[in-house]
Design a protein around this ligand. Structure first.
Ligand SMILES: [Fe+2]
Ligand SMILES: [Fe+2]
Length: 193
């Protein structure tokens, strides 16, 4: 039964998402599995979180806002300006219904994959990093992040990946979500005076 869960999830993703999103999802699943192996975490959870994380990636902005509001999710001013960010938390809500067997750990990792979280756990960090370094990604510094897998602790790999994402947000003058600032302060920033 358990062995069929990843194929079931992947088949659902293939029909639910547009082709490029589905292909990205499979690459993230593979990258997440490799990260889980490198860091001694549960490989199957990582693969399932990876393949399902972008379940709501193709939903338009207005519809994301409507569904998130209906689901009772917190919607900040930044979410209203950039509703795309809501595709993480909304996916966790909708996947809980679609796949009742998903663990809360997998759902939590999916929920925080767009913003991060101050109390992000091992699976959450694995998914965040996998999403950023899968082979389709070409952003500056991605190769250094790939080469650091297994060479630095997972928390350090997450911090480097998160810093790269934030540099991109700042360079593009995109809004910074409150959860992003919280994640930065709790998980990335040092304690220099
Ligand atoms: Fe995403
Ligand atoms: Fe993604």
């Amino acid at each position: 039964m358990t062995a069929e869960r990843y194929p079931d999830a992947m088949n659902a993703v293939m029909t639910h998402l547009q082709r490029d999103s589905a292909e990205h999802s499979v690459r993230v699943a593979q990258a997440a599995a490799r990260l889980a192996e490198a860091y001694g975490s549960d490989v199957e959870d990582a693969r399932i979180a990876g393949v399902l994380h972008d379940w709501c990636r193709d939903v338009g902005g207005a519809e994301l806002l409507r569904r998130a509001t209906d689901a009772g999710l917190p919607v900040t001013a930044v979410d209203t300006r950039t509703p795309y960010l809501l595709h993480g938390p909304l996916a966790a809500v909708e996947l809980r219904v679609e796949f009742p067997w998903l663990s809360s750990q997998v759902l939590d990792a999916i929920a925080v994959h767009t913003y991060g979280s101050a109390d992000i756990d091992t699976l959450g960090m694995i998914l965040y990093v996998a999403d950023s370094i899968e082979p389709g990604r070409t952003h500056e510094g991605v190769q250094e992040l790939r080469e650091a897998v297994g060479e630095v602790p997972l928390s350090e790999l997450f911090a480097r990946t998160y810093a790269a994402s934030l540099r991109h947000l700042v360079a593009a003058r995109r809004p910074i979500h409150p959860a992003t600032a919280e994640t930065w302060n709790a998980r990335v920033a040092g304690d220099r005076p």
